[in-house]
Design a protein around this ligand. Structure first.
Ligand SMILES: Nc1nc2c(ncn2[C@@H]2O[C@H](COP(=O)(O)OP(=O)(O)O)[C@@H](O)[C@H]2O)c(=O)[nH]1
Ligand SMILES: [Mg+2]
Length: 225
């Protein structure tokens, strides 16, 4: 519990046996429920996650968005916090994020990885792709978003029923933010975090996912989704 709110953390994992251990080791004690969605990993992700006390759900169909939707359906907390299973997002920032979330009376708090301070955390190509996608999101939806691709968010579970989340893939990250920021009943805020280099292998395919996400933004904006 954090200030009388029940906290659920959801971590989607595709072959993250190294990273998930470090993420779970650093999980604050006030977190009530940790759900690891194992996206049909072929390594020991599930065993490792279970041994560190997480509840593991296995999602057989691959996809980042698909894993999250599966995780949301199992969550019981008042507030949901998300992060990758690769140790790139800081579990020790959760208390600071919750404090900001409650203080700002936000319903959806996005985190921004920018400016990236750790020189090894993100390649120039990734920085450029993220800049283009965040700029496109801001222009298309008339709202300044610094990091439309960040994987760490804090939100009230109750707002999920107001959202129409169609993406099963990497575009899910921008989609959930768009659903939050264009809904007048949802208060959207953004705050900086420290982003570090991941453990294990990168799952993102920068060109394919980057262009797809840009195309997804346009379709989302002009009513095809
Ligand atoms: N790309 C991808 N990531 C997945 C999938 N299922 C779960 N994930 C997890 O989603 C997170 C994001 O992927 P990652 O490679 O870190 O992407 P990046 O953070 O955008 O560079 C990681 O924790 C992955 O293990 C999937 O089907 N595809
Ligand atoms: Mg990652």
């Amino acid at each position: 519990m954090y200030r009388d709110q029940r906290i659920t953390v959801i971590i989607p994992c595709l072959n993250e046996e190294q990273g998930v251990e470090q993420v779970l080791r650093r999980m604050p004690a006030f977190v009530d429920e940790v759900i690891v969605v194992d996206n049909a990993s072929t390594d020991r992700t599930s065993e490792v996650a279970r041994s560190f006390g997480a509840q593991v759900i296995r999602e057989e169909v691959r996809g980042y968005g698909r894993s999250y939707k599966r995780g949301f359906s199992q969550a019981s907390g008042d507030i949901i916090v998300t992060l990758d299973g690769d140790q790139s997002y800081p579990p020790d920032a959760i208390s600071y994020l919750l404090e900001a979330f409650l203080h700002l009376r936000a319903d959806f708090l996005n985190t921004s990885r920018f400016p990236v301070r750790d020189g090894t955390a993100m390649s120039l190509k990734h920085k450029f792709g993220n800049l283009v996608l965040s700029l496109a999101t801001s222009l298309l939806f008339f709202r300044w978003v610094r990091d439309s691709q960040s994987g760490m968010w804090v939100f009230r579970r109750s707002i999920l029923k107001e959202m129409e989340l169609v993406s099963d893939g990497m575009a899910f990250s921008e989609e959930i933010k768009i659903e939050a920021l264009r809904n007048r009943r949802i208060r959207f805020e953004e705050i900086s975090i420290m982003y570090s280099s991941r453990l294990g292998e990168v799952k993102l395919n920068p060109w394919r996912d980057g262009f797809y996400n840009l195309w997804f933004l346009v379709r989302k904006r002009f009513g095809r989704l």
